[in-house]
Design a protein around this ligand. Structure first.
Ligand SMILES: Cc1ncc(COP(=O)(O)O)c(C=O)c1O
Length: 348
């Protein structure tokens, strides 16, 4: 703390990201990155951006990327917002759409950045308990609220809410913004983007950090009614006109266009997940059903924090959360079959 800090900064409780180790030999299964690289076509397109044009500012609107996303999902570019990672997109959503008198609702076990943004922007919130099976019970959201947000599949559980249930939730909450954070949707879920033309209160966020393997590029997006997108543009243009650089705009657009590579790598991750679930169950772990590129598992006889520490000693890092309800779980990113085998060997 410094005497120069404002009282506001003093009270902030920042998000703590998963470890990004400097040691490269570690088997890194802790931050849900994709074990396969980005689309080679996207890499080539980004290399093509490394020229004298870097002296010029990028397109402040990222139109090339908005167009690629619009085409991919069959929406208009006016329904698309792009930003520096979906974390930034989420920050603008909290700032621009959730600041009202009633509480924002989200699950008690969920993405831990949500309460941080509430703290940053002064948004009252209520964490709604998941049921015993760690599922969202939509009836529990039938109360006055200034918005609802949840990841689908949920993080860190990996559990998926089927699209028809998402629609029931939307129908029951016509007067507040419902944000579906689809960071992991491509690993087994069905996107709610198909519903944006019918529900003007729906905003769907996605990231290129997971299924398109571009966590290092920092690109995220939101799709929804143009009036909601307009609110995000107003915030963005009051904060940073150029959140995406020249490489990010082109690389992300080409990653959306390279459907073949995307489909093939998602398939590999899904197959690898199913194999890993079986291997872990064989070792006595209980594993929640996952539609994501990670699994959430606990061992009835092993303390999760100790297990994570012992795995770390053996060069395998997984994520452990201290939060009481999930303190006995480990969140394990799905790696290549070789990485998963290294985990299984370390557990052995
Ligand atoms: C549920 C969820 N939403 C959003 C994000 C943010 O992703 P990014 O900022 O890399 O787009 C993450 C990252 O792990 C996440 O788990």
């Amino acid at each position: 703390m410094s005497r120069f800090w404002s009282p506001f900064v003093k009270d902030l409780v920042p998000y703590v990201p998963g470890e990004q180790p400097k040691l490269t030999k570690l088997v890194k299964l802790n931050t849900n990155e994709n074990p396969y690289g980005p689309s080679p076509k996207a890499l080539e397109a980004m290399r093509g951006e490394l020229n004298d044009d870097l002296r010029l500012y990028p397109d402040p609107n990222g139109d090339r990327l908005k167009q690629a996303v619009a085409e991919y999902y069959g929406v208009t570019a006016q329904q698309v917002f792009v930003g520096n990672g979906s974390d930034e997109v989420l920050a603008h959503i909290f700032h621009g759409l959730f600041q009202h008198d009633a509480p924002l609702l989200f699950p008690d076990v969920s993405y831990s950045f949500y309460p941080v943004y509430c703290g940053l922007y002064g948004i009252p919130f209520e964490q709604v308990a998941l049921d015993e099976q760690f599922q969202i019970r939509i009836a529990d959201y039938a109360k006055p609220n200034a918005g609802i947000i949840f990841p689908n599949p949920n993080a860190p559980t990996g559990c998926l809410m089927p699209l028809d249930v998402v629609e029931q939730l939307l129908r029951a909450n016509r007067d507040s913004v419902v944000v579906v954070d689809e960071a992991y949707i491509d690993f087994g879920g069905e996107t709610a983007i198909s519903l944006v033309d019918r529900y003007d209160n729906l905003l769907v966020t996605q990231t290129l950090s997971k299924s398109r393997s571009l966590a290092g590029l920092r690109v995220g997006l939101a799709v929804g009614h143009p009036d909601l997108i307009d609110a995000l543009e107003r915030i963005k243009n009051s904060f940073n006109s150029y959140p995406l650089d020249r490489m990010a705009i082109v690389g992300a657009a080409v990653a959306f266009e390279d459907r073949e590579y995307f489909a093939a790598t998602c398939r590999k991750v899904i197959d690898s997940r199913e194999a890993l679930v079986e291997q872990l169950q064989g070792k006595g772990f209980e594993v929640l059903p996952s539609a994501a590129n990670f699994i959430f598992a606990r061992h009835p006889q092993q303390d999760a924090a100790q297990l994570a520490a012992r795995l770390r000693e053996q060069g395998v890092i997984v994520r452990h959360f201290k939060q009481t309800r999930i303190a006995q779980f480990l969140r394990i990113t799905v790696g290549t079959p070789e990485m998963n085998q290294a985990l299984i060997d370390a557990l052995g």
